[in-house]
Design a protein around this ligand. Structure first.
Ligand SMILES: [Zn+2]
Ligand SMILES: [Zn+2]
Length: 173
C-alpha cells in the first residue's frame, strides 16, 4: 500500500486549491462526528452507502490506517480519495492483498469491462485460490502488450489501405 500512498500524496501536492478543498470535503463527508479522525464505523457507513463494499476487501481500513491507531487521519484518507477517484481497486479476489505490481487478470471480465476486472495475486492464481467461473487469465503486463499489438495491426492495415489508395491515385494522375 506504500506505493499507492506515495502516489496519492504526490498527486495531492500538485492539486489546485479548489481540488484540495474537494478532498477536504470528501474527508468531512466521511468524518461525521467532528473529532478530526475517521473511525471504523464512520468508514464502513460510508463505503456501504456508496456501494464500494463489493469492490473493496474487508481489510481496506487496516491497509489505509498507516500508524495502526484505529482511526484514519486526513492524510490517510487522501490515499482512499485517490483510490476511489482513479478506480484503483486492485485487490486480489482470492486473499485480499493490495496488488501493486504484477497480477493475473481474467481476460473475459477485462474484455467486458476494463473498470471491473477480476484480479488475482500470483500465489492465488498458482494455487487456484479462487472460485471464479472464467478460466483464462493473463498477467496485466501481457494483457496490455496484447492490446498494443492489436492496435498496431489495425494501424498497419489502415496504412496499407491508404498506401494502395495513394498508388491508384498515382496511376490515375
Ligand atoms: Zn491472493
Ligand atoms: Zn472473469
Amino acid at each position: 500500500m506504500e506505493e499507492m500512498r506515495l502516489a496519492a500524496m504526490a498527486h495531492y501536492a500538485n492539486m489546485s486549491d479548489k481540488k484540495q478543498k474537494e478532498a477536504m470535503k470528501f474527508f468531512n463527508s466521511i468524518e461525521k462526528s467532528g473529532d478530526g479522525a475517521v473511525s471504523t464505523k464512520e468508514f464502513l457507513d460510508f463505503i456501504r452507502k456508496k456501494g464500494f463494499e463489493i469492490e473493496l476487501p474487508q481489510n481496506v481500513f487496516k491497509l489505509l490506517d498507516e500508524n495502526n491507531n484505529g482511526t484514519l487521519s486526513f492524510e490517510e484518507c487522501v490515499t482512499f480519495f485517490y483510490m476511489i477517484k482513479y478506480k484503483k481497486f486492485a485487490f486480489c479476489k482470492g486473499c485480499g492483498i493490495y496488488l501493486s505490481g504484477i497480477r493475473f487478470v481474467c481476460v473475459k471480465c477485462y474484455k467486458a469491462d476494463k473498470e471491473k476486472t477480476y484480479d488475482l495475486c500470483c500465489s492465488c492464481y498458482r494455487n487456484k485460490n479462487h472460485s471464479h467461473a472464467h478460466t483464462k487469465f493473463l498477467d496485466n503486463d501481457a494483457l496490455h502488450r496484447q492490446k498494443r499489438a492489436k492496435l498496431g495491426k489495425t494501424l498497419n492495415v489502415a496504412f496499407k489501405v491508404l498506401g494502395a489508395t495513394a498508388t491508384i491515385h498515382g496511376l490515375m494522375l
